[in-house]
Write a protein that binds this ligand. Structure first.
Ligand SMILES: *Cc1c(COP(=O)(O)O)cnc(C)c1O
Length: 394
C-alpha cells in the first residue's frame, strides 16, 4: 500500500490559523508590543487602537456594537463569565430568581460551571432534547418561568451539529424576563447570526474554531448586562469595561479580529461548499456501507459536520485503523476516556451504538478528493476490521 498524506477532518475541534491571520499578528509580538493600557505614550495608544480595531471586526461579524464585545481567552472563559457573571450579580443583588435552564448536550464548558452553580444553590434544570438533538420546546416552556434567571442553550452542537431554534428560545426566555446566553462557538461563521435581531443577551465565541489563534475569544453582552448584571471573574486592572481584568493578549486578539472579518466575507459561501461535500460524503458512504446511519440528520444542522454510526465496529478501533484520517470520536475534550459520548447517549443512542459512532467535520482546506478518499478509506477500514474480527480465533 502506498503511503498516503494525512487528511484533517476534525475542524470542530480546532482549525489551522489562516496565514493572513498569522501575518497580521506577528508585528504585535515584537515591534508593537506596548501595553494597550499605557495611554501615556504613543506606543501604548497604538496598541489600544489595534485592540479597538479588532473589537470592531469581531462586532462586525454579528452587526453588533464594539461596546458589546468583551475579549476573553476563548469560549470556555466566555461561558464561565456569562454563567458565573449573571449568577454572582443575582446573588449580590438578592435577586429571587434562582433557576438556570440548560441542555444535557451542552459543551462541558457550560455543563461544568452550571453543575457548580447547582452545588452553590441554584435551581438547575436540564431541558430534554429530541433524538436529533433539538430542544423539546414544549418542555422548555414549562421549565422557563418567572423564577428563571438564565437560559443557556448552545447555537450548534459540536458533535452532531444540531442547530437550536434560537429565536424561539430567546422569545420564550424574554417573555418571563430571564436572560438568554448562547454558546455559539460552532455556529459562528457557518450560520448567519445577527446580534440586532437575535433575542440573546450573551453570546460566546472562540477564535481557534474560525481560523484564528488559540487562546482568544469573546463574550458579546448587551448593555443592560454590562452595567451591573454581569460580575467579572477576574478583578484587577479594570480592562474590558471592568468585566475581565488582565492585560489583553493583543497579538491573538488582533488575529481573532481579522479571522472574524474574513469569516464575515467568506464564511457562509464556504459553509455551503462544505455542505455539498458533507452531503456527498454521506451519500457515498451509504453506498459503500449500507448499514451506516447519520445522527442529527432529521434536524437542521451545521453544514460541515457528520456524525456517523457504523454498527458492528467500535469507532475507536476503526479510527486506529485509519491513521491517515483525522477523524474524532466526538468532542476533543472527552476523547481519551473510553466512555461513549454523553451527547450521543443523551440523544437516546444506546451505549453500544454510541461506541460505534465517530465525527467528521470539514473545513476550508477540505477538498472533494479528501472527502472521496475518506469514504474509500473508511469503507476499507471497516472491511479489514470486520474480517479480522470474524476470523479471530478468540
Ligand atoms: C470548542 C468549544 C468550546 C471551547 O472553546 P475554547 O475556545 O477552546 O475554550 C466551547 N463550546 C463549544 C460549543 C465548542 O465547540
Amino acid at each position: 500500500m502506498t503511503r498516503r498524506e494525512f487528511i484533517y477532518l476534525d475542524y470542530n475541534a480546532t482549525t489551522p490559523c489562516d496565514p493572513r491571520v498569522l501575518e497580521v499578528m506577528l508585528p504585535h509580538f515584537t515591534e508593537h508590543f506596548a501595553n494597550p493600557s499605557s495611554s501615556t505614550h504613543p506606543a501604548g495608544r497604538r496598541a489600544a487602537d489595534a485592540l479597538e480595531e479588532a473589537r470592531e471586526q469581531v462586532a462586525g461579524l454579528f452587526g453588533a456594537s464594539a461596546r458589546d464585545v468583551i475579549f476573553t481567552s476563548g469560549a470556555t472563559e466566555s461561558n464561565n463569565l456569562a454563567l458565573y457573571g449573571v449568577a454572582r450579580a443575582a446573588l449580590r443583588e438578592g435577586d429571587r430568581r434562582q433557576r438556570i435552564v440548560t441542555l444535557p448536550t451542552e459543551h462541558k464548558a457550560v455543563l461544568e460551571p452550571v453543575a457548580d452553580l447547582a452545588v452553590l444553590g441554584f435551581d438547575v434544570q436540564y431541558a430534554p432534547v429530541h433524538r436529533d438533538g433539538q430542544v423539546d420546546l414544549a418542555a422548555l416552556v414549562e421549565l422557563v418561568d418567572t423564577n428563571t434567571l438564565l437560559v443557556s442553550i448552545q447555537a450548534a452542537n459540536s458533535e452532531v451539529g444540531t442547530l437550536q431554534p434560537l429565536a424561539e428560545i430567546g422569545a420564550l426566555t424574554r417573555a418571563v424576563g430571564a436572560y438568554f446566553h448562547t454558546d455559539a462557538t460552532q455556529a459562528v461563521g457557518r450560520v448567519a447570526l445577527d446580534w440586532r435581531s437575535l433575542p440573546a443577551d450573551l453570546l460566546s465565541l472562540s477564535s481557534h474554531k474560525i481560523y484564528g489563534p488559540k487562546g482568544a475569544g469573546a463574550l458579546l453582552a448587551r448593555r443592560a448586562l454590562r452595567q451591573g448584571k454581569l460580575d467579572p471573574l477576574t478583578r484587577g486592572g479594570g480592562q474590558e469595561g471592568k468585566l475581565r481584568a488582565g492585560t489583553q493578549n493583543v497579538p491573538a486578539l488582533v488575529g481573532f479580529g481579522l479571522a472574524c472579518e474574513l469569516m464575515a466575507g467568506e464564511g457562509l459561501a464556504e459553509a455551503e461548499r462544505q455542505r455539498g461535500l458533507r452531503d456527498e460524503f454521506e451519500r457515498r458512504l451509504s453506498e459503500a456501507l449500507p448499514q451506516v446511519s447519520f445522527n442529527g440528520r432529521g434536524a437542521e444542522r451545521l453544514p460541515n459536520t457528520s456524525s456517523v454510526t457504523v454498527p458492528g465496529v467500535e469507532a475507536d478501533a476503526l479510527l486506529m485503523h485509519l491513521p491517515n484520517l483525522g477523524l474524532s470520536l466526538g468532542s476533543a475534550c472527552n476523547s481519551g476516556a473510553l466512555e461513549p459520548s454523553y451527547v450521543l447517549t443523551e440523544l437516546g443512542l444506546s451505549g453500544e451504538i454510541a461506541s460505534s459512532t465517530f465525527r467528521m467535520s470539514l473545513g476550508k482546506n477540505t477538498s472533494r478528493e479528501d472527502v472521496q478518499r475518506a469514504v474509500t478509506d473508511i469503507a476499507q477500514g471497516f472491511e479489514t476490521l470486520h474480517l479480522a474480527e470474524a476470523g479471530s480465533p478468540l
